[in-house]
Design a protein around this ligand. Structure first.
Ligand code: SAM
Length: 287
């Protein structure tokens, strides 16, 4: 390592009235930059999601600094206070429990407010689970879609899943382990069991694991097994899926929805055949 470079970073003073967005590790505490440590040591105060989490990294690197809690429950109250501190010339670092703040973590509202009050934001980049999983997957990664956590509201969830099913680009999702099996069932329903996905579990940690398979096989694998630890799901784009099969999956789903709504198989097939400009028997035979 170039020690002069390290030295110059360690001595760089934070600028006043600046909000620093500091990326921290997603598991392995070694994954933090010298620049990030320098800023955490020298800013006027650190706004963090959970002080206990942030103290772990501070204690590993012998940093002591003022911490204030900033999370989704208190951000409303804390944002005006942080803006006042910036007005007073303070430098503030924002960290989340893991990874890049603002990416499915508190920060978005704060950065909007900081910018609209005319203050500067400087990002000290660090690990992000989405990007780490994407590049580990080996799937197309120069253009991709990041959906974060899927909504639990049925309509919103279905709308996003339909978009994913058609998208040619790789999609990245966050999911909690206890909702993983439901996610697989939803992916089967909307994208078909052949869609290939890559699941990254416990990235950068001792039990890091990567599983690549199609949705049907993953449903079988996890039928009787619990999924433990943090996970990020990377879904292969639609271009790799057999188009005819994929269309069939969506048609079958639409047919079932019409039948559930009270139409007979024959009436539903006739309606869909007209709508899709297909033969009625093609639709009828899907049932
Ligand atoms: N801001 C974070 C980032 O930059 O990655 C994401 C925070 S979000 C609240 C937490 C989700 O990120 C988890 O539910 C999981 O889907 C994903 N995640 C975080 N750490 C992970 C890890 N070590 N391995 C796999 N996924 C992880």
């Amino acid at each position: 390592m170039n020690n002069n470079l390290l030295f110059s970073h360690r001595n760089q003073e934070p600028e006043s009235s600046v909000l620093y967005i500091v990326g921290t590790p997603i598991g392995n505490l070694d994954d933090i930059s010298t620049r990030a440590l320098n800023i955490l040591e020298k800013v006027s105060l650190i706004a963090c999601e959970d002080t206990r989490q942030t103290k772990k990294i501070m204690s590993k690197y012998s940093i002591s600094n003022k911490l204030i809690s900033f999370n989704k429950y208190n951000s409303f109250k804390k944002i005006p206070k942080i803006i006042d501190d910036l007005k007073d010339g303070k430098s503030i670092a924002l960290v989340s429990d893991a990874g890049m703040p603002s990416i499915c973590d508190p920060g978005e509202d704060l950065t909007n407010e900081v910018k609209s009050n005319g203050f500067e934001i400087i990002c000290i980049p660090g690990p992000c689970a989405a990007i780490t999983a994407l590049v580990s997957s080996g799937m197309a990664s120069s253009k991709f879609v990041f959906e974060g956590f899927l909504s639990r509201k049925k309509n919103e969830r279905s709308k996003t899943l339909k978009e994913i099913s058609k998208n040619k680009k790789t999609t990245i999702l966050y999911e909690s382990p206890h909702r993983f099996k439901q996610l697989l069932l939803d992916l089967k329903e909307f994208c078909g069991g052949e869609r290939e996905i890559h699941v990254s579990r416990e990235l950068t940690k001792k039990f890091e694991e990567h599983i690549f398979n199609n949705v049907d096989n993953l449903i079988k694998i996890f039928d009787k097994k619990d999924f433990l630890g943090e996970l990020t799901v990377v879904i292969k784009g639609n271009e790799h899926v057999n188009k005819t099969n994929h269309d069939k999956v969506l048609l079958k789903k639409e047919l079932q929805e019409l039948i559930n709504a009270g139409l007979s198989l024959s009436a539903a097939s006739k309606y869909l055949a007209k709508k899709k400009k297909l033969k009625k028997s093609t639709i009828y035979d899907l049932h």
